[in-house]
Design a protein around this ligand. Structure first.
Ligand SMILES: *[C@@H]1O[C@H](CO)[C@@H](O)[C@H](O)[C@H]1NC(C)=O
Length: 620
């Protein structure tokens, strides 16, 4: 009898996985994901309890001690080991402490491209207990000054190649008492101090951890600029806890300690810096750093440096698929790609062409308090709900009215959850376990991202601004972004910021900026509806010079539509949804349309240009 019971129990156990599989074919992946999530949560708890707490810098120092000779950064023809990176960042820290008089808690703005010095300066700042404000090196003049004032940096460290951009804003910086250092051996401009010579002369001796003794898990570690909702860029506050959480994403995606990761995404964004660089430090792996993405060099680089993992944004995957086919397309060691925004057709193409690479698509925002990971490789999904997620119950998709551009409320004035399979606005409860740190010195924008009284009186949610759909198996699909931003070439474009620039042109009376979809492209490209001042003409050349001077290329409106009166909604908000739907086809629109031709300026839009764009012969 006992033998029989034992026997049945054993068979029961043996077929259990099979039953579970039938009920949920993703059972094993779900389990694996749950285990790594729990591991990460326990790790974080442990780090928090250590006194002083254990930071990502401490992790770096541990690697430098344990594996000093392992390559940390490979850049062009140079290679730097963990130990070398540690020593050179000691020198940078000492130079900055001595000449910029930095102290714990000070903020320093980094204005640098993707190069090893970016990493050394950041490590140096971490060693001094300082906060790094990562400026987008494409921005200039007014936007650049705005970013400085967001984070109240008292020092800026700029790359030698960005000297011109710094000189442009130097008078204002000097007025505000900001010290300017440039990574070159000398400087003959008053108000700009050289830093490279000072680094060269500094000692490489380690710095005392006492210098950063008051930093805690909740202290800010970084400011990262986003165009989250409206207006000029905003500095999202990334504290050490948040930095840890994003660093663990590599672990959750299944990256191993023998992997080599290729980082070409800008280090001033959270994907490149937090997930790419800091994630690599968390795992102690080698980073192949690239100044910027190049489709023609991508595979050769991967072969040359034995890259096994890379990060992507959707556009990049499309560029790679668009390169001419080669015999050695599958000759590489890539096994995993981690990123966001890949379109389903590109996803399928990519796998067919380049072989078995696991694509781990994720969803999240720099300042957000919620994220998803598609750990199953399901084509098209940005994530999968896990039973852990559901147990937490901290986020919801709510019904959203895209015409009125606001959440739909029930008779009691509360939001309504959409049924499974329907599209809704993602909101996530703000609380101790999912905090929202907001934007530095911008209370108004911080408040704008919060939704109050969502399901009960007094509750508080983070408004992601994204419309998602979750299917019956728990896969999460991105549908659209609402409101005042759109994404183009992996960058968020804030419509009001672009409109503000257009309004400074003296013949523009009103401007309404929105994003339009282009066949075969991710995201939306910029378009502006303009109302001209009485008796004034549209001057394509003037406008071109203007947008070229003030806006990075991804934010320049590619299409202009001239309107007698700009359409507004019932509540006098500018109508964007309708205009965006109407697009830029001159066959359907009677208003005058203009097209921004590269290197030439705004020219009248024609049916021919439209067809070439639709067919892909003109690449945007
Ligand atoms: C790549 O791997 C090959 C074979 O294992 C090795 O000979 C080569 O040195 C590696 N290249 C780099 C840059 O590590």
């Amino acid at each position: 009898m006992i033998a029989y019971t034992l026997y049945s129990a054993l068979t029961g156990l043996a077929i259990l996985p099979f039953i579970l599989y039938l009920r949920n074919p993703y059972f094993l992946q779900d389990l694996r994901y749950a285990i790594s999530s729990i591991k990460v949560a326990l790790c974080l708890r442990k780090f928090k309890k250590r006194k002083p707490f254990y930071s990502i810098l401490d992790r770096f120092l541990d690697h430098a001690a344990r594996q000093p000779h392992k390559p940390f950064i490979l850049f062009e023809e140079s290679s730097y080991t963990y130990s070398q990176a540690d020593k050179v960042s000691n020198k940078v820290a000492r130079a900055l402490a001595a000449h910029a008089h930095l102290e714990e808690g000070d903020t320093v703005a980094l204005f640098l491209g993707n190069e090893p010095q970016f990493v050394w300066v950041w490590l140096a700042l971490a060693k001094l207990g300082c906060i790094a404000s990562l400026l987008n090196h494409n921005i200039r003049s007014k936007s650049l000054l705005h970013c400085f004032s967001c984070c109240e940096a008292k020092v800026v460290v700029a790359g030698a190649d960005l000297r011109g951009a710094v000189e442009e804003v130097l008078p204002t910086l000097s007025q505000q008492g900001v010290r300017v250092f440039i990574l070159s051996e000398d400087s003959d401009v008053e108000g700009i101090e050289s830093l490279s010579d000072k680094i060269r002369h500094a000692s490489e001796q380690p710095l005392s951890p006492q210098l950063r003794a008051s930093v805690t898990m909740k202290s800010p570690a970084l400011y990262i600029y986003t165009s989250g909702t409206t207006g000029l860029p905003k500095a999202a506050v990334i504290n050490h806890e948040k930095l840890w959480k994003s660093s663990f994403l590599q672990d959750i995606a299944g990256i191993r300690s023998d992997d080599i990761i290729y980082v070409y995404l800008p280090l001033y964004h959270s994907a490149g810096f937090q997930v790419g660089l800091c994630g690599a430090i968390e795992k102690g792996i080698t980073v192949v750093l690239k100044r910027k993405f190049s489709a023609s060099q991508f595979w050769n680089d991967c072969r040359k440096y034995n890259v096994t993992v890379f990060q992507y944004i959707g556009e990049i995957m499309r560029y790679l698929c668009n390169t001419p086919k080669r015999d050695n397309d599958r000759d590489h060691r890539l096994r995993l790609a981690l990123g966001l925004g890949i379109r389903p057709d590109v996803w399928v193409d990519f796998l067919q062409r380049f072989g078995d690479i696991f694509i781990c698509e994720c969803y999240g925002a720099t300042e957000g308090n919620v994220g998803f990971v598609n750990y199953c490789g399901k084509v098209g999904a940005v994530g999968k709900e896990n039973f852990l997620h559901k147990m937490g119950g901290r986020y919801a998709l709510i019904r959203y009215d895209t015409e009125k551009e606001e959440p739909v409320k029930d008779s009691g004035g509360f939001c309504i959850k959409v049924p499974r399979g329907e599209t809704g606005l993602l909101v996530a409860k703000i609380g101790e376990r999912a905090p929202f740190s907001g934007y530095a010195r911008n209370n108004q924008q911080t408040e704008k991202k919060k939704l109050k009284d969502v399901f009960v009186k007094g509750d508080l949610y983070f408004n992601s601004g994204d419309l998602l759909k979750i299917d019956s198996e728990g896969f999460v699909f991105f549908q659209d972004r609402i409101g005042d931003t759109f994404r183009w070439k992996g960058e968020n474009v804030a419509t009001t910021e672009v409109a503000d620039h257009l309004l400074t042109v003296d013949w523009v009376e009103e401007a309404n900026v929105y994003g339009v979809k282009v066949p075969g492209h991710e995201g939306r490209i910029g378009m502006a509806a303009l109302k001209l001042k009485e008796g004034m003409d549209f001057e394509g050349k003037v406008l071109y010079q203007h947008v070229k001077n003030f806006l990075p290329s991804y934010a320049r409106p590619r299409f202009i539509r001239i309107q007698e009166e700009l359409a507004v909604t019932g509540t006098f908000k500018q109508m964007k949804v309708k205009l965006a739907e109407e697009g830029f086809n001159p066959g359907n629109i009677r208003d005058h349309l203009f097209y921004l031709e590269d290197g030439k300026g705004y020219v009248p839009m024609t049916q021919e240009i439209f067809s070439s764009i639709a067919e892909g012969t003109i690449r945007l």
